[in-house]
Write a protein that binds this ligand. Sequence first.
Ligand SMILES: Cc1ncc(COP(=O)(O)O)c(C=O)c1O
Length: 449
Amino acid sequence: MPNALDALREEAERRYRERTPKSGEWYERARAAMPGGDTRNSVFFRPYPLVIEGGAGAYLEDVDGHRYLDCTTNMSSVILGHAHPAVVEAVTRQVARGTGWAAANPWAPQLAELLVERIPSVERVRFTNSGTEAVMMAVRAARAATGRAKIAKAQGSYHGSHDDFEVRGGHAAAGIIPSAGDHVVEFVYNDPASVTRVMEEHGDDVAAIIIDPSFMAGGFLPPAEGFLRHLRDEASRHGGLLIFDEVVSLRLSLGGAQQLYGVTPDLTAMGKTIGGGFPVGAFGGRAALMDRYSPLEPDFLHHSGTFNGNPITALAGLTALRQLDADTVAYVNRLGDRLAHGVARVAAERGVGLHVTGVGSLRNLQFARSMPRTMADVGAARRDVGELLRMFLLNEGVLTARGGLFALSTVTREGEIEGVADAIGRGLAWLRPALEAEAPELVAGRAAR
Ligand SMILES: Cc1ncc(COP(=O)(O)O)c(C=O)c1O
């Protein structure tokens, strides 16, 4: 007999199948040509992924005609919402004049100028097509500058899907050459003593410490007071560099997390928001480091790519970032605060241990007895229950990402966030009897088993 949580999962999946038959048909068709019917693991879920046809503003529409309030903004990228009129207008005009050529264009330098103007550590920028490539190229710059091979990263952090970082606990993941792990050493996020220990052991070989200051892979667990500063100090003390992977965190302020927390890295990887919704990445840093990529240098670093800084992405990014001013960023960050307060309210009403981690517009739901503060806490949080709530919300027309991830858009209204909190409250009422049976530690008034 299925336990109470399994029974809810079956119920949610049944409702989902009934609502989304056309997504199911697309999935069956996709399976014949794509492994697992999927080409992007982060948006795959059982029984099959939702197929979206398009949308505008804060809403998306699936192939069965249902509308969803999009709380994911394509994993934090379309911060202005979908099909922003200014971006659509600029890009449509340009698409009719060609989408790329083997020559420079006038928009990439303007986007670069804007990033230089806004982001404290960035004096020079190069563009890529993804955050993954941006990180790879920042790492290449760090290795070239230091003559060292190793990179120190936080356990459980995600920096893109390239081999260098596809290691878990020092071991290469399936399909990756085993020695990949030799070049990566890992410390515990928010544990300064662990960073010090790792750097004492490996510091002479470490080209850079890399950190995602939003710590998306760890449920947006915020950096502890002084932790980023400690990374800065440890990198410098051992003659290595500090890389901020701001692919996600850049949206937290106009100058990114580095401006928000007042810690300046040597190199910064960027992506997502800077492409105005198009595929993008960029890396930047001090001129002395970045100029190693200049073809005018005798021993320059190679960096090429057919679509690097392509006109459509560059124009879309430039247009989008011009729309994004300090007030708009403050607004979207306040929406995140509002979500956290709303969830705290409904969690208290329903007597369920549900907490919201994260900063500003980047948030994550966590089923745990108390607010997670460490990676161990996040690891102990009930992701399976979070997945059930995600399915419940999806069936209610609220799109969140796997693991209960929210990355909000500037066109979402405060009332809509209250509506999401209310929907979460209804989800908790639905979950509560099963939690009493299967996870009593999450339910107020129940003793832990
Ligand atoms: C912190 C971080 N770095 C890098 C990446 C990779 O970016 P992309 O998916 O554009 O390759 C991601 C993607 O989510 C990310 O979260």
